[in-house]
Write a protein that binds this ligand. Structure first.
Ligand SMILES: C[S@@+](CC[C@H](N)C(=O)[O-])C[C@H]1O[C@@H](n2cnc3c(N)ncnc32)[C@H](O)[C@@H]1O
Ligand SMILES: Nc1nc2[nH]cc(C(=O)O)c2c(=O)[nH]1
Ligand code: SF4
Ligand SMILES: [Mg+2]
Length: 228
């Protein structure tokens, strides 16, 4: 194992219901890491993009936040596990998201949490090499032609247990078809379309294409329920 303890920049840590993808409805601990250079114009977590030393706070200050801010706390895997216990979280499913969590080596975190009985899922754009435990459930949400200029990696597409693609227009479906041809996923990978920002026309399009292709619909349930 890597002898150097990995430090993780944590924007948020909370317990809720997974609102997206295959595990929709599952109680889960969300660990949101700070930093993302991809730049999706419609991103719903833009406060996680920049990592500023000025915004570094203590773990207790990070936990006490009542709104979405760029404040983050630096924590090790062992400190995170301790916080899970301190917060009396019940969930055994841990979703690592961000920001772009694949910018970090998540193996130490995965090993520590799996040893304590947790199951991990990562939400990633598929633009960074994945450093994960073998058992981590990988949700790749491909980002094509975004301002940051990052490319979706074929190895991420192959590792994905699920491909969860944000859509609003037909051109997005065409771009996904092209990606699936260039970078084929595993035969058993689940494919889901996620309407961008609950827009009615995006939702109609996603429903139509899911029925035609026998794909899943992922609607960001938490936004309909007004929960985190
Ligand atoms: C905020 S991202 C963080 C993880 C990683 N950077 C990624 O993009 O997968 C978490 C999920 O939210 C999705 N997402 C972000 N903004 C959205 C929006 N406005 N509407 C629908 N899905 C959105 C992303 O595509 C991704 O599946
Ligand atoms: N409830 C809930 N489910 C989610 N699934 C993926 C999320 C994310 O931001 O990655 C998310 C989120 O922010 N909240
Ligand atoms: S890759 Fe994820 S966190 Fe980064 S801008 Fe896009 S949706 Fe937001
Ligand atoms: Mg979210």
């Amino acid at each position: 194992m890597n002898p150097i303890t990995t430090l993780y920049p944590v924007n948020e840590l909370f317990e809720t219901i997974q609102g997206e993808g295959m595990y929709t409805g599952t109680p889960a601990i969300f660990l949101r890491l700070q930093g993302c250079p991809v730049g999706c114009p419609w991103c719903d977590t833009q406060h996680t993009w920049e990592t500023s030393e000025d915004a570094k706070v203590s773990a207790q200050q990070m936990l006490a936040k009542t709104s979405a801010t760029a404040q983050w706390a630096e924590l090790t895997a062992a400190q995170l596990l301790e916080l899970f216990q301190q917060q009396n979280f019940n969930a055994k499913h841990v979703v690592i998201t961000g920001g772009e969590p694949a910018m970090f080596d998540l193996r130490e975190l995965g090993q520590t949490l799996e040893q304590a009985g947790y199951r991990l899922q990562i939400e990633t754009s598929g633009t960074f090499e994945l450093k994960l435990t073998e058992n981590t459930w990988v949700t790749v949400s491909p980002k094509l032609d975004m301002p940051g200029g990052y490319l979706v990696r074929p190895d991420c597409m192959k590792r994905a247990n699920e491909i969860k693609y944000p859509v609003a227009m037909q051109k997005h479906i065409d771009a996904l078809d092209n990606l699936l041809r260039r970078c084929p996923p595993r035969a058993d990978a689940l494919i889901a379309l996620q309407p961008i920002s609950q827009r009615p026309r995006a939702t109609e399009l996603a429903i139509k294409v899911c029925i035609e292709r026998n794909w899943r619909l992922s609607v960001q349930l938490h936004k309909y329920l007004n929960i985190e």
